[in-house]
Design a protein around this ligand. Sequence first.
Ligand SMILES: [Zn+2]
Length: 272
Amino acid sequence: MKKIKIDSGHGGKDSGAVGNGLLEKNLTLDISKEMKKYLDENYTGHETTLTRTTDIFIELSERANIANRDGSDVFISNHVNAGGGTGYESYIYTKPSSGSVKLQESVNAEALATAKKYGLGAHGIDNKQGNLAVVRQTNMPAVLTEIAYIDSKDAELLKNNNFIKDMAAAYARGVAKYLSLPVKKMPVPMEESKVVERDINKVSPWAEKNWEEAVANGYFDGTRPGATITREEAAVVINRLRSNFLKLIGNNTNDIKALEARLQEIEKEDKK
Ligand SMILES: [Zn+2]
């Protein structure tokens, strides 16, 4: 069981970056909650918890302490950038463990692929290093993400709930792949499991007798019993049947013509 600790940057009295009517502390909480949801829905073999699930203030070292105390296997701190730039980036410690380097690579690969779908790129080099408290003081592989800029045109994306959800899912996949978490097996939908491909060259058991008779009597050639019939093919069969009937009843050509005229009268009646 792998323990994942998701840290929602800022909170309470510390709003973090502010811009375009958005507060960083609210966005980081949304991202982190969506991330946990995605992990719980799609992967087994992990226990994912957040440093905060509400709008409260936590000191930076306490965030690291929480992860250290819980013996977390991975720490990811989610943030929103400010300073008027554009793009996604992430940070690991300046003297990173090999685990942190791999974790950052895994998260960045997913995050950048998703960001690209929204027309968002990387802010300079995406895999940055920084002497940031939460990545320095944590004992496990740790990465800090900066989703986009709150005080530039990026803010339009930050207002888009689909972008937040998709990026959170990307972070989740990055962490899950780094930890090699087993993917939950999806149940097979009922409709799909019911569909059975039929062989049109094999007659259905319930139609066997009728099919044999119709073939023996010359109405079908005996091939492809399961194929759909076209209107023109049906016309040939109907006319074959009709003319045989007339021949049966009539004794000579004249009789047949008279019978056909009467049959046509009956057929006209049927149409009304
Ligand atoms: Zn921040």
